[in-house]
Design a protein. Structure first.
Length: 132
């Protein structure tokens, strides 16, 4: 049985957009509710980062399989990889990296999914056309 997902770019757009909103909203939520938030809620909120990473990886993987443009394929994976590094770095606090870079990687993923959806989708099940 073969499972196909025809809306991987839609999934990527939604997950990248929601992740961006999550990243932007986090400081405001925690600053406004600092005395109310428990450790359990804090853990659940920050675990959303990994949920979004997983969903966005699935969307990128499926979009790469259905894209006809090699540059878009490489850009999608590169943007996701940077996004993953920025999220992991934020959690582990290895380097001080401006939040703007994390936001930029989420926005670039979203834009690449929109571009792939509009201009680079394969029409058949097997994608063998490489247009530039």
């Amino acid at each position: 049985m073969k499972i196909t997902f025809n809306n991987s770019d839609h999934l990527g757009i939604i997950s990248s957009g929601l992740c961006l909103l999550h990243c932007i909203a986090t400081p405001f939520i925690f600053l406004s509710q600092i005395t109310v938030i428990s450790q359990e809620i804090s853990f659940l909120w920050f675990s959303l980062n990994y949920f979004f990473l997983g969903i966005s990886f699935l969307a990128v993987y499926l979009s790469i399989k259905n894209s006809s443009n090699l540059f878009v394929k490489i850009s999608l994976f590169s943007s996701w990889f940077l996004f993953c590094l920025f999220i992991l770095n934020e959690e582990l606090e290895i380097f001080h990296i401006p939040e703007l870079l994390t936001y930029s990687s989420a926005i670039s993923l979203c834009c690449l999914h929109v571009y792939n959806l509009k201009f680079c989708r394969c029409k058949e099940d097997k994608c063998c056309i490489h247009e530039n």
